[in-house]
Design a protein around this ligand. Sequence first.
Ligand SMILES: Cc1ncc(COP(=O)(O)O)c(C=O)c1O
Length: 336
Amino acid sequence: MNHGSWIYDNGEVIPWEHAAVHPSAHALHYGSSVFEGIRAYERSEGAAIFRLEDHLRRLHDSARLMHMDLSEYPADRLHAACCELVRRNEHGSCYLRPIAFRDGGSLGVDGRRNPVRIIVLGLAWGSYLGDGALERGIDARVSSWRRFPSATMAPMAKIGGQYVNNQLAVAEVHDDGFDEAILLDPWGRLSEGSGENLFLVRDGVLWTPTAASSILAGITRDSVIRIARDLDLEVREADLVRDHLYVADEIFLTGTAAEITPVRSVDRHPVGDGARGPITARLQEEFFRLVRGETADRYGWLTPTAPSATSPSVRRDDSSPEPTSRETVRSLAGAA
Ligand SMILES: Cc1ncc(COP(=O)(O)O)c(C=O)c1O
């Protein structure tokens, strides 16, 4: 793991190797954690975090679904923590992983009285689905594991324990030599990838499963829908079935980690002519130019990480010496 030197741990920024979790942590036993995956992109004027407010909102929504109290960590505090971490780690493009989890206390299944701890990790993470995947495309397979419906869990939330479903699906298809799994919902409708949302293109129209098909309402999915509509492309959210995969002209997956990754085959059926399609390429181009600051941030999606004159984070005394590796550093981002 290509991680930064610093980690945000319950209001403090500490050296990566000092962070530790006790084996009695409730989340370790029952998956009682909520998390986000967020990317920052390097730009000529400094790194900027993509759709930070939307990710933090989803983190709070996930926590509400889990009856997890994050009132000590409102969005502005986590916003400052994420920016501070990118700066401290001297990361340009990177992946941020905020996670809130139930720590040690009771080992009863209802862990609501256990303390909640919140960590943010910063990693340098390249192409999620492998080198060249963004250009070449990946080989996907429909998993025999179905995505869980909201009658059993909360697909709209990023809850740690729920990712057992995704792990089963992706392990199955990796063992069969495929790059990524596509999951159906319990009724056979197309749902999503193990860590991405799904789009199909047919006759120039984009199709994507609705929220009712047990998807995580992805922030990249929403970004692509908005960019596509601004390019005068028609986008339809609909109930889709497996057959649609095999007759699509183009398929791509969207996610913070996977960005916009073309799918070149599904279940060994070539998609279109088996290479990245023109609409996928066009959307990638718009998306990457925007996140890298090569076009105007017309949607207001980028949060610069450099301290601004009005940001509370600039009060840090930059003349203070760098901490030794044994020293714990109280971060301004952690100051409530
Ligand atoms: C299961 C699942 N679906 C979809 C997505 C895509 O969501 P986003 O674009 O917000 O990263 C992710 C990644 O977070 C995911 O884990």
